[in-house]
Design a binder for this molecule. Sequence first.
Ligand code: MYA
Ligand code: FAD
Length: 675
Amino acid sequence: MSTSVIPKSVNPDLQKERDGASFNSEEFAAWWAGGEEPLKFIRNVREYLYKDVDLNEMLQIQNMSHEDINEFSVRTSIDAAKKLRRLQEERNPGGEDYWPNLYDSREMWGLTPAGNPFGVMYVMVVKALQAQCTPEQYEDFGKRLERFEICGTYAQTELGHGTYLRGLETRADFDPKTDEFILNTPKISSYKFWPGGLGHASNYCLVMAQLYINNQSKGPHMFFVQVRDEETHEPMPGVHIGDIGKKMGFIGVNNGFLGMKDVRIPRTRMLMRHAKVNADGSYVSSPTNVLTYFAMVRTRCLIGRNSALILSAASTIAVRYSAVRRQSPINPKEPEPQIIDHVTQQLKLFPEIATSLAHRLASEYLWDMYEETLVDIGNGKYERLPELHSLSCALKVTSSMDSTAGIERLRLACGGHGYLTSSNLSNLYVFATAACTYEGENTVLLLQIGRFLMKSWNSALSGAPLAPTVSYLAEVQKNPEFGTWTGTWENMVKAMEYAAANKTRLAFKSLSNRLLRGESEGTAANHTGIELTQAAELHGRAFIFSSFTAEVTGPKSKNRSAAFNRVLENLLELYLVKETLNQLSNLLRFINLTDSDLTSLQDRLETVLTKLRPDAVAIVDGFDFNDQQLNSTLGAFDGNAYERIFDAALRNPMNQKSVPKSFHEHLKPFMKSNI
Ligand SMILES: CCCCCCCCCCCCCC(=O)SCCNC(=O)CCNC(=O)[C@H](O)C(C)(C)COP(=O)(O)OP(=O)(O)OC[C@H]1O[C@@H](n2cnc3c(N)ncnc32)[C@H](O)[C@@H]1OP(=O)(O)O
Ligand SMILES: Cc1cc2nc3c(=O)[nH]c(=O)nc-3n(C[C@H](O)[C@H](O)[C@H](O)COP(=O)(O)OP(=O)(O)OC[C@H]3O[C@@H](n4cnc5c(N)ncnc54)[C@H](O)[C@@H]3O)c2cc1C
């Protein structure tokens, strides 16, 4: 393919949308980035990272083999690491290393459309080492990993166990004679399986294994294990390692397996900031065992933000495409409208924009809580851990679940062309749905929230103080009547909390009854699982309702223009109304909503869709993705969707020969013979 069929100009329909918006999308972009300075910084970094990235090459990864995608992903992520190092030297010489922080940022994300084999290293391992090594250990090997002198992954899940960590089978036996641990994966089910980058992209691993001293189990602990030679990259003695094979997505991530037979590591390679094994074999336990799980808490906090990011990218693609595609006159003899003018199309598109905002804002609140808890842990205070655990699970679950369902709706909104891999919607979908499973399977995490809600409900009954994000449970216990439905935003927040509290009450009652009937705690919890997960989901939704409302109506609104505030208010209105309608069966169980209340909600839904219509393109422009990040023939900034779709088809390897081999080998011989 020599010439491109893509025009240089912007599609006139898209230009018209931008010209007609009621607000300035640059104000949105600055707000979304956290301010004008952060936006400037992000754009600067992005410009630097993407200046020589070829969009056509990115689109072609869909046509590569598994092995070639792996090679591509290692190359592009290493190119990015080099650029970030150079950036550090140019702009912040000798200063705090900020490039490792950028390595897991959204600016990197678009450079590795099939996933980054070193993503887990920066998102999880570096942070786990920072939090769980002694200062000496961090100097010894943590810093080396942070500087990328060695590379590694987080190896916890096994073929036989992912969820139930206490059931992990990998053993680390302490040998006092040599002052070493001996690591073994005794059965096929004990093999580590799934860690990102484990296959061929790591030479070290943070391994979660059962610690044994004198053959006595001390539970799961973390060990820093060398799995490949630093020079030759050959597996270390006793190490059996490889890639797990092709997956639905994340094909470039090189998820791997790891078996160990009598692999010896020095005693000082167990992470010992909290729990310790001394040379004489004496064991000092951690002040709280769950600190071993803290790396997962951090990643769950990030997943909310990341899911919102993926959904906002898919929304950008579908909204731009809906503005440039025309189909089906609304009235006879009229020209075909932009499909975004069909109201049912608006209902597929705009709620997903609102959901991206809702999850992103809730994640910001969660992130602040994470950072405060981290400081507390440093000061030996662990009281907020249960609340953080519960809230991080709640956002991880709702954001991954909603973005997965949302991207599928957006794909459907793009009709046939949404089904092309070059739309990038299928790739975004498999990214989103993976987050429903990794870092704690969603149902399992909902049950963890349910457990926290039961404890909190019980505490409230006895008048004990509750964590701030569940304090509404005590309020509902004190005032069991909902009062009048007014339909204001504050009233809708209250309604969602009221439904969550009452679902919690019912689950608590069922659980208590089962216990009274003599069921064990485990069996009673299992039998109450459906109610527990429903209460947990509503708790997450109530939190998102309140954080979104607080951002739009709170004091920060004074820093925004009136026009931009109106857009945010419309998005909040849409979010609250559509989620209230989605949750009607739960709400109607506890709140007396009349037929006229429901009619009013339906009217509000239609009204707000109409209000958002002129601003939809400008809003998604405000998400501020560049074309490489979107990597989509449908969603590019210029809106030249048909030309890009066609260009990608022409570049497909299938079209590089006019007659394929299959014609000569199979089709022609068959047609020429009588068999
Ligand atoms: C832009 C870039 C961004 C990129 C981001 C995305 C890319 C990232 C890519 C990532 C790729 C993916 C990478 C990966 O996938 S890495 C692998 C991730 N694996 C998992 O997430 C495993 C999931 N399993 C668990 O977490 C635990 O075993 C669960 C939770 C299921 C139960 O556990 P267990 O059976 O042992 O415990 P228990 O139920 O008896 O509960 C005991 C007590 O402990 C409390 N408890 C439990 N857990 C925590 C906790 N964490 N903090 C604080 N507390 C906690 C609990 O509430 C209870 O408290 P209490 O009720 O007794 O008071
Ligand atoms: C793309 C991807 C990347 C990953 N990266 C990593 C990585 O880097 N490092 C790593 O260590 N791991 C990684 N994993 C593994 C991942 O963390 C686990 O797959 C995940 O935690 C789920 O555990 P599981 O596979 O054991 O699921 P299972 O627990 O076997 O779940 C199967 C079903 O059983 C149900 N179930 C299980 N337990 C319960 C229960 N107590 N109550 C009710 N229902 C239950 C679940 O709800 C689910 O429906 C990755 C996985 C994926 C898909």
